[in-house]
Design a binder for this molecule. Structure first.
Ligand code: DON
Length: 345
């Protein structure tokens, strides 16, 4: 009787251990507990709150008017847990972060080869809106994250219901919304403000047309590109979008497979190469994370197989990257072992 009881207790303990390990495994072998994740997000938020450097972008007049004190932090794990700190209600325009998701769309619709051949995947070593960079290689050797490559990428999108401008726009917006796990909208004031002042991007679109990489209607391509940059997002939206990339293209919140897993490494490679423009090398050196900034003040970063992080804080440094967002993301990732290049012990 006593032995029978001991045996039953042993089985119960064994089963409990098995279930605990099983649960840990299902959650992803390297993923931390809720407490660890929450504490990394909260402590990065507290530590970086005091940072005051940088300045809102003002070459797009509407961006100069955005509240520079907006500060939101969010992390979304590949198993769908969401942790946030600060202001996650305020929305800013997505700006260049949109380029990542239009690239993902064109890779899915048109394949990897045409992206490499028609746009390029190398760093230009020049500013994101450089015309010299276009001239240097006669439109070749750009990448989808600098404006010449991004406007070309947008020109290559195929509408799911035809190729009219509205059909193309709906395709882009619903694609972004699938990554964000909610229907996104544009900020009409930002769209108008940038449309009124985007003559340089129009020139870039025309040059890429002159060199044969944009096949038709360069002004329409620049206009759609400008609209995609005006999509309004909060920190949680951006972290969900990044979390989808971390989770092999499957949105961890909705469970929808948004993009083909095979294209995710290509998107992340371009982010690692050129996501923070001239500071991409420094960023990668310190964090190892593929990331993308926008002049609206957002930055997303991806720890593949683990989590996506996003921070919004509008003041930017000279390279056009949010000062606080860089620091907060690096802090969170370092606390959680997010660097994919770091040896696992
Ligand atoms: O084309 C532009 O200038 C803006 N719509 C986007 C630039 C941007 O976000 C650069 N990123 N840091």
């Amino acid at each position: 009787m006593f032995n029978l009881f001991r045996c039953a207790a042993g089985i119960a303990i064994g089963a409990a251990l098995f279930l605990a390990t099983g649960a840990g495994f299902a959650r992803g072998a390297q993923l931390q507990s809720d407490d660890e994740l929450r504490s990394a997000v909260n402590s990065a938020f507290q530590k970086t709150q005091a940072i005051t450097g940088g300045k809102n972008a003002d070459y797009i007049p509407a961006l100069a008017k955005v509240d520079p004190h907006i500060f939101g932090v969010a992390l979304v794990t590949v198993d769908g847990r969401v942790f946030t700190a600060g202001d996650i209600r305020s929305e800013v325009s997505i700006q260049s972060i949109s380029k990542v998701f239009t690239l993902a769309l064109v890779l899915q619709q048109r394949g990897s080869k045409i992206v490499e051949d028609n746009i390029g995947v190398d760093a230009t070593g020049q500013a994101f809106n450089s015309i010299v960079a276009i001239e240097q290689h006669k439109g070749l050797e750009q990448n989808p994250l600098v404006n010449p490559g991004a406007i070309t990428t947008t020109s290559m999108v195929q509408g799911t219901k035809g190729n009219t401008r509205p059909a193309i726009w709906n395709t882009i917006l619903s694609w972004y919304s699938d990554f964000a796990a909610r229907p996104l909208k544009i900020n009409a004031e930002v769209f108008k403000s940038e449309s009124d002042t985007n003559q340089r991007n129009q020139a870039i679109g025309y040059l890429m047309y002159a060199y044969g990489f944009i096949k038709a209607e360069p002004l329409r391509a620049t206009d759609v590109y400008t609209e995609q940059c005006s999509v309004a997002v909060n920190a949680k939206d951006l972290a969900t979008m990044a979390g989808t990339l971390a989770n092999a293209g499957k949105n961890p919140v909705t469970g929808k497979q948004v993009m083909k897993p095979a294209n995710v490494p290509e998107v992340l490679a371009v982010m690692a190469t050129a996501g923070l423009y001239d500071d991409s090398g420094k960023w990668l050196y310190h964090t190892g994370l593929p990331a993308k900034s926008g002049v609206g003040g957002g930055i997303i970063a991806v720890s593949p197989g683990k989590f996506g992080i996003a921070v919004i804080s509008p003041p930017l440094d000279d390279a056009g990257n949010s000062v606080r967002a860089q620091k907060a993301i690096a802090d969170i990732s370092n606390a959680l072992g997010g660097n994919p290049y770091a040896p696992r012990r």
